[in-house]
Ligand binder design. Structure first.
Ligand SMILES: [Zn+2]
Length: 275
């Protein structure tokens, strides 16, 4: 499932392509025909993301709300030629101008909503480390009173928004936190370190399109970002994600896996032992 950095980059790219334009909105597949008719021809005001949710504001208070879910994709292409761009696959939503065509396929959700609903959706979501001035206290208050495992809480979008299965496994390893430790037993300093690590790591995900967590790669990419020249990574390294049975990069013991909150959690039993 795409994590928050993917949605953030998508909102940024949609904004760059469509802000101030009046795209023709259609639903080649038909499932979003009514919504497309509402939006078509209106000025695209701006796009933003909160966690895994994408919002695009059109003039006169019409908002497009998209959640990609597990398999959804939203591609934005520059037009190479005038005329109809062929539809490939099941396109729920198409945004077309003379310069760009964006196709949304397989989303979990695609709807036109009012500003009130936008506010209500955002109010239900925990802080997103990529948003301007997120409030980590909101997440901390929920974690500190919960008996659920921290690995489960990090996946709960009402606690923290945008974190998915890869970031949760990796950040818990990076901070050497036992993933099964209940939220209420997590120390404040540990939570602060997790939050700051996510604030630090997610922009690298936005810059590269990949989840970068292993120290060497983090240093390399951070230097590239600072220099304003990022090569798109071809290979992503991880500490624990999808490395079950392989030796831990730090201590050599075998990486373990178990389903937690519906997805496979990966961790090192030795490095992430309770202290
Ligand atoms: Zn280890």
């Amino acid at each position: 499932m795409p994590e928050g950095h993917t949605l953030f980059a998508l909102a940024r790219d949609l904004d760059a392509a469509y802000r101030g334009t009046q795209p023709t909105v259609s639903s080649p597949q038909g499932k979003f025909a009514a919504g497309a008719a509402v939006l078509s021809g209106r000025t695209f005001v701006h796009a933003t993301s909160w966690g895994k949710h994408l919002f695009a504001e059109f003039e006169d208070d019409a908002w497009l709300h998209v959640h990609l879910g597990l398999i959804g994709t939203f591609s934005i292409d520059e037009r190479q030629y005038a005329g109809e761009v062929p539809v490939v696959g099941q396109v729920r939503l198409r945004l077309a101008t003379d310069e760009h065509v964006a196709d949304l396929r397989g989303p979990n959700l695609c709807a036109v909503i009012t500003p009130d609903v936008v506010e209500a959706v955002m109010a239900r979501l925990g802080p997103d480390p990529l948003r301007p001035e997120p409030d980590p206290e909101i997440a901390w208050r929920k974690i500190a009173r919960s008996a659920k495992a921290i690995a489960e809480l990090l996946m709960d979008q009402s606690v923290l928004a945008g974190i998915g299965n890869v970031y949760r496994s990796e950040v818990l390893f990076r901070q050497r936190v036992d993933p099964f430790r209940p939220g209420k037993e997590i120390r404040r300093t540990t939570w602060d370190a997790i939050w700051l690590d996510l604030v630090d790591l997610l922009p690298l995900g936005v810059a590269t399109g990949k989840i970068v967590t292993v120290a060497e790669q983090v240093d390399e990419i951070r230097a590239e970002v600072a220099a304003g020249q990022v090569d798109r990574l071809t290979e992503r390294l991880s500490y624990v994600y999808k490395r079950q049975g392989e030796p831990c990069r730090v201590c050599g013991s075998r990486i373990r896996t178990r389903v937690v909150a519906g997805r496979n959690l990966f961790w090192c039993g030795r490095c992430q032992r309770r202290r």
